[in-house]
Design a protein around this ligand. Sequence first.
Ligand code: SF4
Ligand code: FES
Length: 298
Amino acid sequence: MSTQPPQHEHEESPADGVDDAESTPPAQQRREDAKADKRSRDAQRQAEADDAAKRDEPTRHIKVFRYDPEIEGKQEPRFDDFHVPFEKGMTVLDALIYARDQYDPSLTFRHSCRQAVCGSDAFFVNGDQRLGCKTQLSELDDPVRIEPLPHQEVVKDLVVDMDHFYEEMEAVDPYFDPDETPDGELEEQRQSRENREKVKMSTRCIWCGACFSSCNIAAGDNQYLGPAALNKAYRFAMDDREGESRKTERLETIEQEHGVWRCQTQFSCTNVCPKDIPLTEHIQELKREAVKKNLKFW
Ligand code: SF4
Ligand code: FES
């Protein structure tokens, strides 16, 4: 496969005359130009894929969701096809980066660390929420269909608006906030080994939003805190160092109308979490803690 970027010039047929272009309204002309440009790029990609096939080089076919509300002619959602050279160990993110760098610089998606730490490249890949950098192409059937996270507003191509997700996370005060701190300024606030084990998995969240996107309840209830925020609440409510008073406040936050009781234990969040956090289990444990808090024995 050639490593040269494709040519993007508009291909004119002999029948395309200057007179026609002059008599066409500008908006319509731009739409036609955009379509012709897409046809040209598709033909280029196909030609490169055919070349690679002739040379017997392995390629993978990715179908990428495209949408750009700001560019006329690209406002209709569609899928673009890319054939990328395949190498062992290649991830979905690698394929997207190749497609962007070699074929279409306007292809837009978030990524940063490339090692499942920053949480910025969660996509909907072949029907599941996955981290692009953690998903091997070899695990997936062709064509690999890559879409933005469902139930989130699409900003452009694979980029979704995460504001609502972050608001739900902020709503549970996602930071350590103990009732008391040690007297000495430099004195450690020690945690028992057992207590650390209890909260260990919950601390692994990278705020990717995959669980939130997979949750049917969050999709139908815009105020539901969602699995990631509840897991964050669990992380601190179960931390013995915070103290009983702060724990009670945290439980009051999560037992509100749009809190833990909305969870219907569908396990979709647990199934997609790239950090293997047992989210549904944590939510059930918070439910038990909330019930215990409200039990009165008199
Ligand atoms: S709990 Fe898992 S899926 Fe949800 S935001 Fe955190 S890392 Fe992502
Ligand atoms: S690029 Fe950071 S988690 Fe994938």
